[in-house]
Design a protein around this ligand. Structure first.
Ligand code: ATP
Ligand code: RIB
Length: 302
């Protein structure tokens, strides 16, 4: 049977300019073409999972405006149930200002807008979606108390909880112990733990109650750490042109693998393949691969 995922999280319209390099503080530079892409870590992870073939529902908020309409249409195109994405009055849809340099690296500033309205009330009205999901997927672009409440609800119902702590902030042991799979990148791991090195961050996070820690390391792949030990799983070798949403591609595909009952290592390999394909394409949601795209890379090379 098809696995079911519930994503509680953000939806943003991405306003993207490519430039040969990122501007310095106080500097103005001329960039290239401007483009808009549907994004937001929550919506990207929902789309990444849906393209792996699982059923996905999303809980979130957009404003009553053109960007909000566009983001809802984008979810519908991927067959995502958006019945619990609320359209709120007097708040703009979230946007992200993104610059991408000639090496595909990005900087992102988010104006959260309607994403900050998401509350326990929205979760309560989505209770049926919680109970029919296998896996709950969370990030940190919505209020922390809402993230915590979503994790609590899912745990009480015996669901698996995935948390991608992006953008990073310090987190407490109570929240971390509600999470089954904690997926930061290297910098986020150190920021969440308040550590100066990755090694120290891993030790602290495991001590704080993280059961399965997956640290994404860009082109170096992923480090999986549990109390039983550590393992590195390499990335696929591709030519990266735009890494926006690489982390989201990873989290969405990994969660889809989990919901379909894959072993941890197989779900990580699927996620590495999906994320590798995503960095070869531009934009957030347009860059996210289908199951067939990911399989092609998995079958072609390691
Ligand atoms: P972003 O913020 O750009 O979305 P991130 O910082 O959250 O990404 P990364 O650790 O950079 O996350 O990348 C997530 C995953 O994407 C990696 O674990 C890897 O599987 C894949 N990936 C990222 N960059 C590359 C690359 N250059 N080549 C191959 N795979 C990559
Ligand atoms: O992870 C990439 C996403 O971060 C972008 O789509 C942007 O909207 C920000 O939320």
């Amino acid at each position: 049977m098809k696995g079911r995922i519930l994503v509680v999280g953000s939806l943003n319209m991405d306003l993207v300019v490519r430039a040969s390099r990122h501007p310095l503080i106080g500097e103005t530079i001329l960039g290239g073409v401007f483009a808009t892409f549907p994004g937001g870590k929550g919506a990207n992870q929902a789309v990444a999972a849906a393209r792996m073939g699982v059923s996905v529902s999303m809980v979130g908020c957009v404003g009553k405006d053109g960007f909000g309409d566009e983001l809802l249409r984008a979810l519908a195109l991927d067959g995502i149930d958006s019945a619990h994405v609320s359209v709120v009055e007097n708040q703009a849809t979230g946007i992200a200002l993104i610059t991408v340099d000639s090496e595909g690296r990005n900087t992102i500033v988010v104006a959260s807008g309607a994403n900050l309205i998401l509350s326990a009330r929205h979760l309560e009205s989505a209770r049926a979606a919680f109970s029919s999901a296998d896996v709950l997927v969370l990030q940190l672009e919505t209020p922390l108390e809402t993230v915590r409440e979503a994790a609590r609800m899912a745990k009480q119902m015996g669901k698996q909880v995935v948390l991608n702590p992006a953008p990073a902030q310090p987190l407490d042991a109570e929240l971390l112990s509600l999470v089954d799979y904690f997926i930061p990148n290297e910098r986020e791991a150190m920021q969440v733990a308040g550590a100066d090195s990755l090694d120290d961050a891993i030790k602290k996070l495991l001590d704080m109650g993280v059961s399965n820690l997956l640290v994404t390391l860009g082109e170096k792949g992923v480090l999986v750490a549990t109390r039983a030990g550590r393992a590195s799983i390499p990335a696929f070798s591709v030519e990266a042109i735009d890494t926006v949403a690489a982390g989201d591609a990873f989290v969405g595909a990994f969660s889809a693998g989990l919901a379909n009952g894959m072993r941890l290592e197989d779900a990580v390999r699927l996620a590495n393949a999906a994320a590798a394909v995503s960095v070869t394409r531009r934009g957030a949601q347009p860059s996210l691969p289908t199951w067939d795209d990911a399989q092609e890379l998995l079958e072609r090379r390691f």
